[in-house]
Every structure is written in structure tokens, then in C-alpha cells.
Design a protein around this ligand. Structure first.
Ligand SMILES: Nc1nc2c(ncn2[C@@H]2O[C@H](COP(=O)(O)OP(=O)(O)OP(=O)(O)O)[C@@H](O)[C@H]2O)c(=O)[nH]1
Ligand SMILES: [Mg+2]
Length: 189
């Protein structure tokens, strides 16, 4: 794989969220350059039993996407597994915006959300943030997002919560644009 970079990205958007939620998938869905990924085979990934996921991110993913106004956006996906959290420390403090991807179909989704919002609060004082909930049917009534909104609002009063499918480029673009257009606010625990 050959990646040629000859310009500076204006924004850096970091995808965070639990193991296997779809950060790498989302990045690959929208990147307009070949994605540079640090993935390794993983028995845990296979055990998730999720659409044949067999690898996990151990370093980070890098891709790029062009905002409709022509500005280039650098996209970073961090590992979801906490044992690789050195990458969180490197990438989060310098990001322009963060998309937090969460499962919409798991009992532990809200506690995972709390874990990640705490992790953001510890690493980044001020952020643009959007929360993207995956694996919900397109006709999901808006009130089903309320528990996620209440949780997110405790950490960042202005961060929107949307549904998104990491496999769908339109969905991922929307998550990126929403994150970048959110007003800055402190993410605090
Ligand atoms: N059915 C369904 N599958 C999804 C959805 N979103 C993602 N997936 C699948 O879930 C898996 C996600 O894998 P990755 O993109 O590697 O997840 P990740 O968040 O990068 O994982 P780590 O980096 O290992 O933490 C892929 O097999 C996707 O096809 C969804 O909305 N519905
Ligand atoms: Mg990944």
C-alpha cells in the first residue's frame, strides 16, 4: 500500500469508542486516500462474532476526507482496547473534534459511554464532540437516544447525539460534519 501525503489537513478528527464498535470501518468508509492502519489479528475480535471482524487496532488508523468547503480533514481512529491507550494520550489533546462511537444495541452501552467520556475529560480540556450511536434501525424513534443525550450532556452540554452506521459513508460524513460544527465546550467529568 502506498500513501502519498503532500498537504496539510486543516482539521484533525479522532474516532474513539469501545472495542469493535466500528471506528476503523467508519474511517475506511469515507477516506479518500488509502487508509494507513495498524491492525493485527486478534482472537478477541473473532470472539465478538461481529460480521467477521478478525483484527483489532493496536496503533492508529489514518485517513483523509475533504470537507464540502474544500478543507481537508485528517481522520484518526484510536484502538478501542484500553491496553493500547498510549495512542489516546497522543491523539486526543491535539484533535479539532472527536466522534465518540457507541453501540446502540448493548446493555453496557451507557457504561461504555461513561468510560469514554471520562477518558476524554482526562485528556482534553476543551473539545468539539459528537456522539454517534450504531446498530440502530433507521426508523428508531428519537426518544430512544435520550439516555445517551442525558449522559453526554453531563460531560459536554453542546455535544449532539445522532444515529450513524459506520459502514455507510453518508452517515460517517454526517458524524464528522456535526462534530466539527459543534461549539467548543469543556469535556468535564
Ligand atoms: N451489523 C452491523 N455491523 C456493524 C455496524 N457497524 C460496524 N459493524 C461491523 O462491526 C465491525 C467493526 O470493526 P472495526 O471497524 O474493526 O471496529 P473498531 O471500532 O475499529 O475496533 P478496534 O479498533 O479493535 O477497537 C465490522 O465488522 C463492521 O462491519 C452496524 O451498524 N451494524
Ligand atoms: Mg479499529
Amino acid at each position: 500500500m502506498k500513501v502519498v501525503l503532500g498537504h496539510h489537513a486543516k482539521h484533525q478528527v479522532v474516532f474513539v469508542g469501545p472495542f469493535g464498535v466500528g471506528k476503523t470501518t467508519a474511517l475506511r468508509a469515507v477516506s479518500d486516500i488509502p487508509v494507513a492502519s495498524m491492525e493485527t489479528a486478534s482472537l478477541e475480535a473473532a470472539a465478538l462474532g461481529d460480521q467477521g471482524k478478525t483484527t483489532t487496532t493496536v496503533g492508529f488508523d489514518y485517513g483523509e476526507w475533504q470537507f464540502p468547503d474544500g478543507a481537508r480533514v485528517g481522520l484518526y481512529g484510536v484502538p478501542g482496547q484500553e491496553r493500547f491507550n498510549a495512542m489516546w494520550d497522543v491523539l486526543l489533546p491535539q484533535s479539532s473534534a472527536v466522534v465518540l462511537w457507541l453501540y446502540g444495541n448493548r446493555a453496557e452501552a451507557l457504561s461504555e459511554g461513561r468510560f469514554w467520556l471520562d477518558a476524554l475529560a482526562r485528556r482534553k480540556a476543551v473539545a468539539r464532540l459528537a456522539v454517534a450511536i450504531t446498530r440502530l434501525p433507521p426508523d428508531t424513534p428519537d426518544h430512544e437516544l435520550e439516555p445517551y443525550r442525558r449522559l453526554t450532556g453531563r460531560y459536554h452540554p453542546l455535544a449532539p447525539v445522532i444515529t450513524a452506521d459506520p459502514r455507510d459513508p453518508g452517515s460517517v460524513m454526517q458524524a464528522i460534519m456535526v462534530a466539527l460544527s459543534t461549539p467548543f465546550s469543556a469535556v468535564h467529568a
